[in-house]
Design a protein around this ligand. Structure first.
Ligand code: UD1
Ligand code: MG
Length: 403
């Protein structure tokens, strides 16, 4: 028992200390590299400030790199003992580790390419799919379990478990696409992209720590190896990205984060629980869908609108002619209107509504708000949703499953 305990805790302890060092290095590195990013034409203008200074963008690539370096240096810790004793090397676990890093690394590269080259939207969907292929391959080789346990109420029809085969792989690929893009479209307020990612990351860590005492502890230990340095590197970025932002995170960071969550969820066998921590993102995605799929016109930027007179942020709008919407568009508009999900103004045929994002929805009911307050508010929503996720995962799960 003590052997298992030390095998479980010792690498985690080392990982934790390496994460702390990772934080210290990243937090110092970011301000030093700022000028270089501006010189390389990687900058953005903060739409919610009165000044139009250049703010270095895509600093997520620094976070990603310090994370990867920490992970590379960490590899000998869990696998070192086996290197000395010949013939005991756990090839399959090592492959999992390397494939996970490969997928994350791949996504970091593709995210950075997106920041530099501005990839069109449909390609943004393709990138994470491609980056998740190595992962799915490893999943195929090492687990290849595609059976899902059927919830109790449906067992009379479907039996206790069903093998959904290929669909399971499609689902995992889509998980990667969802996680990466969902964070990217809940954005536009200083500190929000990193803030929400940190909350999701910490929720996953808490979940892993709870599950560490169960018999699947290895999967959760594996997840913790990734999540602790991830949180460390992200907190360092948050420090510089919080209001007033001195750096922007770029799509690089959103993709890197989303992929890291997808990777630990898939290889740690808790992808459904991972999704539970994405409640605000799922809502924001569904709410955004009419604009994402062009039923309602979608401007290039949907981030909320800054009012310099009162130094507060209000919702941003989109303008269109009702008669130019297609049937589905008209239906969505009516539906959102009747559920008070939007604020709208009609002048004859011309309609002005808020852009369909969770941020704007919050602003309709509670706005206008100061930028830092808005970011804190949205992060609080994320935290509350994580609490709800834990309630669904633990006390409620017995309603649907035998746990
Ligand atoms: C996504 C959103 C877009 C939103 C943008 C803001 C969708 C489909 N896309 O696009 O609506 O406007 O993110 O991040 O929902 N910026 C700020 N303050 C911030 C963060 C960003 O002003 O706190 C501005 C900066 O000019 C920055 C730019 O947003 O340069 C970054 O936008 P980018 O990440 O390229 O936009 P998308 O991810 O394509
Ligand atoms: Mg973005």
């Amino acid at each position: 028992d003590t052997v298992i305990l030390s095998k479980m805790l010792f690498p985690l302890l080392i990982n934790f200390f390496m994460a702390v060092i990772c934080y210290i290095i990243t937090v110092r590195l970011i301000p030093r590299l700022k000028e270089k990013f501006i010189k390389a034409n990687l900058f953005g203008i903060d739409f919610s400030k009165t000044t139009s200074d250049k703010v270095p963008e895509s600093l997520g690539v620094v976070t990603g790199c310090t994370f990867l370096i920490t992970m590379f240096l960490f590899i000998p810790v869990p696998f070192g003992n086996n290197l000395l004793e010949k013939g005991t090397f756990p090839q399959d676990e090592f492959v999992k580790f390397i494939a996970a890093l490969l997928s994350i690394c791949c996504m970091l590269l593709l995210g950075f390419a997106d920041d530099v080259l501005d990839v069109p939207w449909r390609h943004k969907l393709l990138l994470p799919t491609v980056a998740s292929l190595p992962l799915l391959m490893v999943y195929y080789v090492s687990f290849n379990t595609t059976t899902i346990i059927v919830p109790k109420p449906l067992r009379d029809i479907l039996g206790t478990s069903v093998d959904i085969g290929l669909i399971y792989y499609v689902y995992m690929g889509m998980l990667a696409v969802f996680c990466t893009n969902a964070i990217n479209i809940l954005a536009g307020v200083n500190g929000l992209e990193v803030g929400q990612s940190v909350v999701i990351g910490i929720s996953i860590i808490i979940f892993n720590l709870i599950e560490l005492s169960g018999n699947l502890w290895k999967a959760h230990q594996f997840s913790l190896y990734f999540m602790m340095p991830y949180i460390a590197a992200s907190l360092a970025l948050l420090k510089h990205n919080w209001y007033p932002s001195s750096v922007f995170v770029g799509d690089t960071f959103c993709y890197f984060s989303g992929m890291t969550f997808a990777v630990v969820g898939i290889l740690g066998h808790f992808s459904k629980t991972t999704l539970l921590f994405f409640i605000p993102q799922i809502f924001n995605f569904l709410y955004s869908a009419p604009q994402l799929f062009k039923l309602i016109p979608c401007p290039r930027h949907r981030l909320p609108k800054f009012n310099s007179k009162i130094d507060k942020i209000g919702c941003s709008t989109t303008i269109f002619k009702y008669s130019e919407l297609n049937t589905l568009g008209k239906l969505v508009f009516k539906l959102f209107k009747s559920f008070r999900l939007i604020q709208w103004e009609e002048k004859g045929d011309v309609i002005v509504t808020n852009n369909f994002t969770l941020i704007n929805l919050v602003l309709i009911y509670f706005g206008p708000l100061h930028e830092a307050k808005l970011a804190s508010f949205l992060i609080c929503i994320q935290i509350v949703c994580s609490v709800v996720a834990f309630i669904i995962r633990y006390p409620f799960a017995w309603v649907f499953y035998d746990v």
